[in-house]
Design a protein around this ligand. Structure first.
Ligand code: ADP
Ligand code: VHF
Length: 362
């Protein structure tokens, strides 16, 4: 049996990888990816697949003759396209002797700890039974502000939630280039060290034909996830054997690899780290608390360090921590509701408003 570099990996496949130039579903590519997934599965690697492509698959099926607003189009295309996509995966994997199952999710399902744990349990039980979870956003109900930025964001959340050792983001490009990818003078940046390299200046804002988020969201998410101790690689999903090559020991395939931070953070902190979008309120802190929280030692946020409380929240909700100059510098799970927080803000003594174990600083 072949040995691979990791035991549990999240693989995200972008719409562009699964779509031909004419917009139709590239079933040859899906078949090639299924071959590799089956090989890795047999080699003992647990794989969670986050697959885009529902909207693109539905659009090519239905065509775009009637004028539709963007929300209706997304709902209609994804409703049809997701069935097509998952059916195809199901058949391809079954032909290779493995079972897959569908997990459709929404941003809301990550916002409360209970829903989060339910999802985690679902995917754990699937993996325990040798079933490959194929995850996508439920585009039929996630519209406008309820949407993830894109499936790159979703895949980062899933990697953190499932305690994966690695996240592989497959796009239609070899990695992140140090300039315009169409300029022959640009080259792929092979490794990104935590807290040392800032690549945002290199990234063009344009997106590829069928993608949603673009390279900038991939880069931001990848940096954050690597900081949580998970290796992230951006690679070309259209290259033959990409997954098996990337996961083989001593792999040197062209890609951008985000070196994971050497420390790993707790599961609950990983959830909190990805929860900024679900914050129900804000705790504005004073200079003393700001300095204390930036120190490397484990420090909780005490009532005395809070000068203003914004928003209405319940105990255990997620709140943003805002610096004296108005910048959100972290997120945490708050130990009391907003009414109580307002009563105790600025007072000496008392229990922390956000305990260190539930505090994540950017
Ligand atoms: N510096 C860069 N390096 C690589 N790709 C870049 C860069 N700047 C912008 N891009 C664009 O990002 C695209 C990939 O993002 P996206 O369209 O979201 O794909 P996906 O559908 O795989 O999520 C590439 O096709 C490329 O055009
Ligand atoms: N949930 C959408 C995917 C949206 C998305 O993030 O696409 P992409 O940027 O290609 O990964 C779909 O299945 O069409």
């Amino acid at each position: 049996m072949e040995r691979y570099r990791f035991g549990r990996v999240v693989v995200k496949v972008g719409s562009n990888v699964l779509t031909r130039d004419d917009g139709t579903l590239d079933t040859t590519r899906m078949s090639a990816l299924s071959d590799q997934i089956a090989q890795l599965h047999r080699g003992g690697v647990e794989i969670i697949l986050v697959s885009s492509g529902a909207v693109a698959a539905g659009r090519s099926e239905l065509g775009t003759e009637r004028k539709l607003d963007s929300v209706s189009a997304r709902q209609l295309f994804s409703a049809v396209g997701q069935v097509k996509l998952i059916n195809r995966y199901y058949e391809l994997m079954r032909d290779r002797g493995i079972l897959c199952g569908q997990v459709l999710t929404t941003k809301e399902s990550f916002s409360t700890r209970r829903h989060y744990l339910n999802q985690q349990h679902c995917m754990t039980v699937m993996l325990d039974h040798g079933v490959i979870p194929i995850v996508n956003e439920n585009d039929t109900v996630s519209v406008t502000e309820l949407m993830f930025t894109d499936n790159d964001e979703l895949s980062g959340l899933i990697a953190a939630m499932m305690d994966a050792e690695a996240l592989i983001i497959l796009s239609n490009i070899d990695g992140i280039y140090n300039g315009d990818p169409s300029d022959p003078a640009s080259a792929v940046i092979r490794t990104v060290e935590p807290h040392r390299d800032d690549l945002s200046g290199y990234i063009q804002t344009g997106r590829s034909q069928f993608g949603r988020g673009g390279m900038l969201t991939k880069y931001r998410m990848a940096s954050k996830v690597a900081d949580e101790g998970i290796e992230v690689t951006v690679a070309n999903g259209k290259r033959d054997g990409i997954l098996t090559d990337l996961l083989s020991p001593g792999s040197d395939v062209v890609s951008t690899r985000f070196v994971p931070a050497s420390h790993s953070i707790s599961q609950v902190k990983k959830w909190i780290a990805h929860s900024e979008g679900f914050a129900k309120g804000e705790l504005h802190i004073n200079e003393g608390a700001y300095e204390a929280l930036l120190r490397p030692e484990a420090t909780s946020l005490l009532p005395v360090g809070v000068c203003r409380v914004e928003g209405e929240f319940e105990k255990d909700d997620i709140v943003k921590i805002v610096s004296p100059d108005g910048i959100a510098i972290g997120v945490g799970r708050v130990a009391c509701d907003s009414e109580r927080a307002r009563q105790v803000a600025g007072r000496k003594g008392g229990r922390p408003l956000v305990h260190y174990d539930y505090l994540y600083m950017d």
